[in-house]
Write a new protein. Structure first.
Length: 68
């Protein structure tokens, strides 16, 4: 009754945001476990990968005309 369904596109954006935030929090909590270079490498990777994923989702849904 009155349930609002999350669209597939928004679900994929949510995955990107959660992955970015969780990885950053993970690295912040474990700074002393890894070498500083490895931490910077991981942060750089996720800061590139998550937006790239979101851009791919945007392009797939909007170039195919599936956006709602």
């Amino acid at each position: 009754m009155g349930e609002k369904k999350l669209s597939d596109e928004k679900f994929h954006y949510l995955i990107a945001v959660i992955s970015l935030v969780s990885w950053l929090l993970y690295f912040a909590a474990n700074l002393d476990v890894y070498e500083q270079e490895k931490v910077y490498s991981g942060i750089t990777f996720i800061c590139i990968a998550a937006p790239f994923y979101a851009i791919c989702v945007f392009l797939i849904y909007h170039l195919n005309g599936n956006h709602t």
